[in-house]
Design a protein around this ligand. Structure first.
Ligand code: ZN
Length: 69
């Protein structure tokens, strides 16, 4: 299990954005997002609302399908 480097308590989950089929990694606590290919670090994460706005999606968790890691 990967722990988020920002909030130090959330778990990083693999998820798929249903609308775009894009695989991302997301913290279940603070909603920080990384692309699937990115190394998880406190330098590379981005805020969910900005990330989703770029894709014309809302930042609701209903936009995601959580994948088993
Ligand atoms: Zn977090």
């Amino acid at each position: 299990m990967k722990i988020c480097p920002y909030c130090l308590q959330g778990e990083i989950l693999n998820a798929k954005i249903i609308k775009t089929n894009e695989i991302i990694q997301i913290c279940d606590e603070c909603d920080t997002v990384w692309k699937s290919s990115e190394i998880i670090s406190d330098k590379t994460g981005r805020a969910l609302d900005l990330f989703m706005k770029h894709r014309n999606c809302s930042c609701s968790w209903r936009e995601f399908e959580i994948l088993k890691s």
